[in-house]
Design a protein around this ligand. Structure first.
Ligand SMILES: Nc1ncnc2c1ncn2[C@@H]1O[C@H](COP(=O)(O)OP(=O)(O)OP(=O)(O)O)[C@@H](O)[C@H]1O
Ligand SMILES: [Mg+2]
Length: 238
């Protein structure tokens, strides 16, 4: 049975898809079989995997019987992925949960890239998830949104959340231009599992996809993957 993890944040643009793709690549590097499912109907997983041209079907088509899983699931950079339908209405939490259960036999991990906000897309992703990664950048607006997202997910039964602090810049945190790590943990109320540094190669992720080497942040994603696998890896940053 695969581990099913939703990646959420509340606030938009904080790095959910970047973390979802980075973690997928890190798990694949650890020889894990990963299916990355896009639950954002604005869709960005295919773009960040550099595979936009190859997408024909999405999980909505699969649920409506318009294609089989083989046709719907794309593959790029060692990761299988499934795109999001343009609308959520018409799909129930039960249907999505049942679909993910049929898919999980072939995978070690199902990762769900949630949309911004705490609406229908996140609700559907949570229906099929066992645990969550809550992504926040170290600023008060993002950590408040992360707190709300974690709270909402808990009310939907996803009680096991961990915080991924993204775009961390050591000097700015030390000089209090950004929240420090303890403040971020306190204000989200979520236990920290990873700190991903600001990485200038990742700034181009939305435009160029995450194809090229991105050493600075990859170590953080690799360590996150190891921690999710249950390994003890120190959280060294400051
Ligand atoms: N660690 C990082 N270092 C530098 N840039 C980053 C980092 N993480 C994310 N970014 C930048 O932030 C942009 C937004 O990231 P991303 O699309 O992953 O956010 P998101 O939370 O998924 O957004 P949305 O809410 O729209 O789905 C990326 O295109 C990338 O340029
Ligand atoms: Mg996204």
């Amino acid at each position: 049975m695969a581990k099913r993890i939703v990646i959420a944040s509340g606030k938009g643009g904080v790095g959910k898809t970047t973390v979802a793709v980075g973690l997928s690549k890190a798990l694949a590097a650890r020889e894990k079989r990963v299916l990355l499912v896009d639950f954002d109907n604005l869709r960005s997983v295919d773009l960040m995997l550099g595979a936009a041209e190859s997408v024909v079907f999405d999980w909505g088509d699969l649920l409506l019987g318009r294609c089989d899983a083989e046709a719907a699931i794309g593959r790029a950079q060692g990761i299988d992925f499934l795109s999001c339908p343009p609308r959520y209405d018409g799909f129930t939490a039960q249907q999505v949960k049942a679909l993910m259960k049929t898919l999980e036999a072939n995978y070690d991990y199902l990762l769900f890239d949630a949309p911004a906000g705490v609406g229908a897309g996140l609700r559907l992703a949570c229906a099929a998830a066992q645990r969550a990664l809550v992504v926040a950048t170290p600023d008060p607006i993002c950590v408040r949104a992360a707190f709300r997202a974690a709270e909402e997910m808990e009310s939907w039964g996803v009680t096991n959340s961990r915080l991924v602090l993204n775009r961390a810049v050591r000097r700015d945190m030390q000089k209090k231009r950004l929240l420090n790590i303890d403040d971020a943990i306190d204000k989200t109320g979520v236990q920290l599992i990873a700190i991903v540094p600001e990485d200038k190669l990742l700034r181009k992720a939305g435009v160029e996809g995450i194809c090229q080497p991105y050493q600075l942040s990859f170590e953080a994603f690799y360590n996150l993957a190891a921690r999710i696998e249950g390994k003890q890896v120190p959280l060294a940053f400051l």
